[in-house]
Write a protein that binds this ligand. Structure first.
Ligand code: ZN
Length: 92
């Protein structure tokens, strides 16, 4: 059993609405602001979002760990690209 994450509109934090068994070409749309795209595109953007959140979490853990034990400077140059239209609640 794989848990299907509910995709949310990034600006409204509202679950996207779509057909019960969406195909790749079906639209998922935010019921509040109308933000939406096909399942295909939404999946791709959510994939990027997840990857970015993971990198950010790892980066944070890494810099925090170094900061407590060593005094050398870790350049904190990780910049989230942002601009996501669709997100999922990852609870990292
Ligand atoms: Zn919205």
């Amino acid at each position: 059993m794989t848990e299907q994450k509910q995709v949310l509109c990034a600006s409204c934090k509202c679950a996207l609405q779509g057909p019960a068994n969406p195909q790749l070409s079906d639209m998922l749309v935010c019921p509040i602001c109308g933000n939406g795209d096909t399942v295909d595109v939404v999946n791709a953007e959510v994939g990027n979002y997840i990857q970015e959140q993971m990198s950010q979490a790892i980066h944070k853990a890494f810099t925090n760990g170094i900061g407590t034990t060593r005094s050398f400077k870790v350049t904190s140059d990780f910049q989230p690209k942002g601009g996501h239209r669709f997100i999922v609640d990852l609870a990292l």
